[in-house]
Write a protein that binds this ligand. Sequence first.
Ligand SMILES: C[S@@+](CC[C@H](N)C(=O)[O-])C[C@H]1O[C@@H](n2cnc3c(N)ncnc32)[C@H](O)[C@@H]1O
Length: 613
Amino acid sequence: MVAHFKKKANALTKEFLTLKEACEWASSYLGRQVTLNNISYLIQYAKIHTYDREGNLKTGYNGDARISLHELKQYYDRSRKEKRWKELLGEDINWNLSFDNFRESERTKHVHRLHPYKGKFIPQLVEYFLDSHINDFKRNVFFHSGDIILDPFVGSGTTLVQCLELGMHSIGVDISKFNCMISEAKVQNYNLNKLSNALHKAAKETETFSKARFWYEHEDVIEQLLSSFNTKYYPNPEFKFLLSLVREFEGKIENEALELSKDASIDRPKIVEEVLSKHKDEIVYLEEQIAGLAGRTSTPIQFSISEENIKNLGNEFADKYAEIVLKELEKRIPRKKQMKLSFISEEAFANSPFLSRWFTERQRAEMQYYIDQVNREDDPKIQDLMRIILSRAVRSCRATKHVDLATLIKPQAEPYYCRKHFKICRPVTTIIRHLNRYTEDTIKRVREFSNLRRNVFCEVINDDSRTVDILNYIARRNEDFYRILEKKKIDGIFTSPPYVGQIDYHEQHAYAYELFNIDRKDEQEIGKQSNGTGKKAQSDYIAGISAVLLNVKKFLRKDAHIFIVANDSKYLYPTIAKASGLEIVEVFRRPVLNRTERDKQPYSESIFHMMFT
Ligand SMILES: C[S@@+](CC[C@H](N)C(=O)[O-])C[C@H]1O[C@@H](n2cnc3c(N)ncnc32)[C@H](O)[C@@H]1O
């Protein structure tokens, strides 16, 4: 078994494998014989690619072919996952709708990544139902270019962006003003040169201001120190790999213990002791590797694998090691230089509890300076996009651990071991670097989308979908669009409503509401997390969603197709459909694969196709 670890360690340090090495690696990874034929099959059916000795992609390459270890591992992990998920969630789950063949960059293509947003759906899902392809699962084309699509819970605007790509007119409604700002910023048609000049100027001037006022922080020096420090103590991929071995060992022992515990006559401590003694050699090997890593520090690590820590081995190893590494860091960078998290109340945003709690004095002054630039900009479209860039930078710079960015827990002032990046990270004290980075990224994304968007109408309305008068809004804003809308009505809906008790959509962007002094309408949010998931919350939710569907019905064609994406774990949608005079025509079930690091539980959602009865 130690040989297995060592072999794996060798293979994993190589990026490309010969076919023979690929067979050996796969056999040991899967614990069964994988033959040359099996690997050739994967190549033939384009499940994996072939490369030459230098690692260049060579399609149909027969010579001395190499296989990417990363691709091979990904392929096996995916097949295992599909099998396991189907066992847990049911065979009717449609793996095609997982879109797991799309890379992260495609799932967050162009403007979809202008700003983070918890609870958005992926563009490929929207495309799948709106576009004109058919297959074994989607047997009808529901929409055509020139149609009008409504999203009454538009959130960050995914449906609208895809409609623009597909040549469909669209309308999005949302109760949260900031979400509407995100959507607006994505769908606007910009003058790209003017935009680029204005955004660069605002970022540059904020940087000049910040450097002049806060020159003493030596940010770059500390960053460089930290980076060389990490290279020494958290060598990549050595550290990650060692941690993965420790976790693999932890899982293996647990499984074996579980197997033995089926025999009720032996108690747990005895079982674990027995299993550990069976794997004595591996323990020695792992402890040696850990000691070797810790040998880089001046304090030896007290870490051994035993019955007491076997359940939490990976985390305990990472935490104990981090503890001594952080002490080492303190010798190099005195604590007072590491972070200046002062909460000076006379500074900018003194009356904003959120901003005062989660940002340094320097960051708050930079934010205020940038907002002054926004106010001086004369083009409202550019102003909106500047706010989105600032908000994105601010969100990334909150004084918190990287893993807690989506759900803030407590302010983090000092360097810490980061479970996301497997090294020592430190909260940033300035927003300048992020501001510059997101300025460039935004310009690039908007430019990319400008080449794809078609010439169709798109409107975002900030209102309550239970009562919104869509026709009236469009009549006031866009006469040409109004004429089409009045004549042909809305052709369908594609939306993902909030679900009962899951997310507080205003609170998710609390920093932005304070930053831009925007009104909040939390009490009008349907299914708010803070209202819980109890009986009352559920009946309010049913009433809320039904009220939306009944309200928008008057703007829709009689034969409109309505698609609602929801993880209906409480089985509320059949009641909602009935209360709204709708019939559920079909339900598509999809696995949701790309959720957060922490939440790896198999999870599915349904796409309800409904029509008016
Ligand atoms: C699941 S999110 C939509 C995400 C969207 N599909 C996307 O990709 O970004 C649900 C949205 O419904 C909005 N919402 C909640 N109650 C509402 C109401 N009464 N009227 C309009 N929108 C509402 C929330 O603010 C939130 O943005």
